[in-house]
Design a protein around this ligand. Structure first.
Ligand code: NAP
Length: 295
């Protein structure tokens, strides 16, 4: 069994990006600039945005954090989005989800300039991805594909079962795995909360991508020998014995599943760090496109 070490690969990708930033600087060109918009004080969102900004600093990107109060109105947020769309200094930006309930998430995501949408959530980018056109690919599924590629895990012709159909993980990873291409060409089954007998499907899977957010959902008896296991889940479980008051766990019962898997991602240290690395990769791409267009 091989651990798919997302932390290590993500660090490698960050080093590669940092080297490119060094070259950009030496040519006297503008370095990539990522902005992050955070509304409110959700603990997990604060952690994610914090590590995105820290990663930018580490690799030589410029970064801007726009932290707005919880009671920010939809109109105020849309004004900020418009400001970021028109700011020539900003190459790409993300609006950290979830947004407070009084704000229409879809309305905000639709307002993001697709050329700066480094999260790949705008329908223009999502549609291009589904049509095999060049686009910004959402960072988490992009990270999963990159992890499989870098470990040379064979995907072609395999049966992949995806658990969860969210717009940011399950749906896009099912599209990417089934695309034509050397590190894709899988046959995909996309499952969700209304799927009957998920176990019967996972037992047929060569690759399982679990993205539902239910700790310990996937157990050893649901997996066949040699399966590749990608655990996307991140759940904070309250635990007073920990300094932070919680620990992080995935969807996979690592103990029983790792005994059967050929490859498996740990949580933490698997898909999570890859997500950040691919966000940075998308921001570099955004900068390169803008340089090509003299912007
Ligand atoms: P989400 O929007 O809540 O979607 C969850 C999906 O799982 C839904 O499609 C839901 O089905 C399905 N589901 C829920 N319970 C199920 C069950 N018992 N059996 C089968 N399917 C079930 O979640 P998400 O945003 O995709 O996130 C999923 C997990 O990944 C969370 O733990 C999240 O924190 C984590 N995550 C990690 C990263 C990372 O970088 N590692 C990035 C994003 C998210 P329905 O559609 O029928 O409701």
């Amino acid at each position: 069994m091989t651990i798919l070490n997302g932390k290590e690969i993500a660090n490698k990708i960050k080093d590669e990006i940092a080297a490119e930033v060094g070259e950009i600087k030496s040519r006297g060109e503008k370095v990539p600039h990522l902005a992050a918009v955070l509304v409110g004080n959700d603990g997990a969102s604060l952690t994610y945005v914090g590590s995105k900004v820290r990663s930018c600093n580490r690799i030589g990107f410029e970064s801007t954090l726009k932290h707005l109060p919880e009671d920010t109105s939809e109109e105020e947020l849309l004004d900020l989005v418009s400001e970021l769309n028109n700011d020539p200094e900003i190459d790409g930006y993300i609006v950290q989800l979830p947004l407070p309930k009084h704000i229409d998430e879809q309305k905000v995501l639709l307002a993001v300039d697709p050329d700066k949408d480094v999260d790949g959530f705008h329908p223009a980018n999502f549609g291009k991805m589904a049509l095999d056109m060049e686009s910004f690919i959402p960072a988490t599924p992009f990270g999963i594909m990159e992890l499989l590629r870098r470990y040379n895990v064979e995907v072609e012709g395999k049966h992949a079962v995806v658990i969860g159909r969210s717009h940011i993980v399950g749906r896009p990873i099912s599209i990417l795995l089934s695309q034509k291409g050397k590190f894709a060409n899988a046959t995909v089954t996309l499952t969700h909360s209304r799927t009957k007998d998920i176990k019967a499907l996972t037992l047929q899977a060569d690759i399982i991508v679990s993205a539902l957010g239910v700790p310990g959902f996937l157990t050893g008896d649901m997996v066949r020998d040699g399966a590749v296991i990608i655990d996307v889940g991140i759940t904070r479980v309250p635990d007073e014995s920990k300094e932070r008051g919680y620990y992080i766990t995935g969807d996979v019962d690592f103990e029983s599943v790792s005994k059967k898997a050929s490859y498996i991602t740990p949580v933490p240290g698997g898909v999570g760090p890859m997500t950040i690395a691919m966000l940075l990769q998308n921001t570099l791409l955004a900068r390169k496109r803008r340089t090509q267009n003299n912007r």
